[in-house]
Design a protein around this ligand. Structure first.
Ligand code: PLP
Length: 400
């Protein structure tokens, strides 16, 4: 017998993974080259080659007892110092090594945060559309995820709806910019207003309310948009980072949490996070990858690879008459379904071997997500299939 919680999780199991499996099945039937699989956010540009060299070097030269041994549950001090220095240089922060905790990716980091701060019934606000796994991360610790609708013109959060959603049970607000699934980057103005509302509400309710900034796409920004770091807006901001996308390492499970001294009782928070990392069974982040990312923290992914896809896809789809939100970050494109029921649209797209993910998986029906982290020639060839899909829905071909 499985637990009720897992039975529930099985029922609502990831629509992204489901579409990925459908794509794989279709590929077995008609050949992988004929399937345009926009389902999964799995980078198709490899980690920088220096990363493999670093791994080899570490294996050759480091003391294996250190390299493969246990360390502090929060990670090696030299690794945490390298990350702190990198952030301080880029964003003017004042982190010491002790402000950084190495984690098993962003997913591991967020589970550690929620384990540390949530009591049963505590509410966590997420701005729709949001990464669907947040529901599980929050319910793992008996919290309640409260979605807040977007402004449908810009897909920035609807701030009045946000103000109305914060109450005495609110413990945290998840912010994910650049955003999965929309590709939208939250503006400076949005961030200042969110911070203003939270400061007011902390005063009103006499309690701490945290921003959890989930930043796996921090460096993936285009069109001159600047990388942002959210601790400057609000004192109680906990940052969760991942190297899954920024260095194309999703299988390696490596990331970190950054906790500024401005967080209320920051040292106590750091102690709580360290214990949570251990008792959740992570114990610590993978040791070899900790040492690797510390040496490669200045490396960058091939941004041009994604940008080329972004431009071709956005232009191609809008010219076909689809309505899309222009992505400024991450590697996702958010497209309005031409019919209200986007699941029907997803099924129809599959007839043309296009694998998309329904917006309702992100708490926002009527839209679909395309993960354009795939080979460029696939993006180009997929436009013909999108053309047939547009014709089926009678789109006018005029573009926006
Ligand atoms: N948060 C967001 C918004 C994501 O898109 C993802 C992965 O796609 C994660 C967290 C989890 O990332 P990680 O692989 O670091 O656990």
């Amino acid at each position: 017998m499985l637990s009720e919680k897992i039975e529930k999780a099985l029922e609502g199991s990831s629509a992204i993974r489901a579409m990925f499996v459908e794509g794989k099945e279709l590929a077995e039937k008609i050949g992988e080259e004929n399937v345009f699989d926009y389902s999964l956010g799995n980078p198709a540009t490899p980690a920088p080659s220096s990363l493999n060299d670093t791994v080899k070097d570490l294996l050759d030269k480091e003391d294996p007892l250190v390299l493969h041994g246990y360390m502090s549950n929060s990670g090696y001090e030299d690794v945490r110092a390298a990350i702190a220095d990198n952030l301080n240089r880029r964003f003017g922060t004042k982190f010491a090594w002790k402000n950084i905790i190495m984690t098993v990716g962003a997913a591991g980091g967020m589970n550690v945060v929620f384990k540390t701060i949530l009591d049963p019934g505590d509410e966590v606000i997420a701005f729709a559309p949001f990464f669907g796994e947040y529901r599980s991360y929050v319910s793992n610790f008996d919290g309640v995820l409260v979605p807040v609708a977007p402004d449908y013109d810009t897909f920035q959060p609807d701030l009045e709806a946000f103000r109305g959603a914060v109450n005495e049970k609110t413990k945290a607000v998840i912010i994910n910019t650049p955003n999965n699934p929309t590709g939208v980057v939250y503006s400076d103005d949005t961030m200042k207003k969110i911070a203003g509302i939270l400061l007011e509400k902390e005063k009103e309710y006499g309690k701490d309310i945290y921003i959890i900034s989930d930043e796996p796409y921090r460096e993936l920004v285009y069109d001159g948009v600047k990388e942002n770091f959210l601790t400057k807006y609000y004192h109680n901001t906990l940052v969760g980072y991942s190297f899954s996308k920024s260095l194309s390492l999703p299988g390696e499970r490596i990331g970190y949490l950054a906790v500024p001294d401005e967080v209320t009782e920051a040292e106590h928070m750091l102690s709580g996070l360290e214990v949570a990392n251990r008792i959740l069974g992570f114990v610590n982040a993978p040791s070899l990858m900790q040492k690797t990312v510390a040496k490669c923290v200045e490396e960058k992914t091939n941004l041009e690879f994604y940008d080329k896809n972004r431009k071709v896809l956005y232009e191609g789809l809008t010219n076909l008459g689809f309505t899309c939100i222009k992505p400024e970050g991450a590697f996702y494109l958010w497209l309005k379904s031409p019919v209200e029921d986007e699941q029907e649209f997803v099924r129809t797209a599959k007839k043309y071997n296009l694998i998309l993910v329904k917006g309702s998986a992100f708490g926002c029906g009527g839209y679909v997500r395309l993960a354009y982290c795939i080979a460029h020639e696939k993006v180009i060839r997929s436009l013909e299939a999108f053309g047939k899909l547009a014709a089926e829905y009678g789109l006018n071909g005029q573009g926006e």
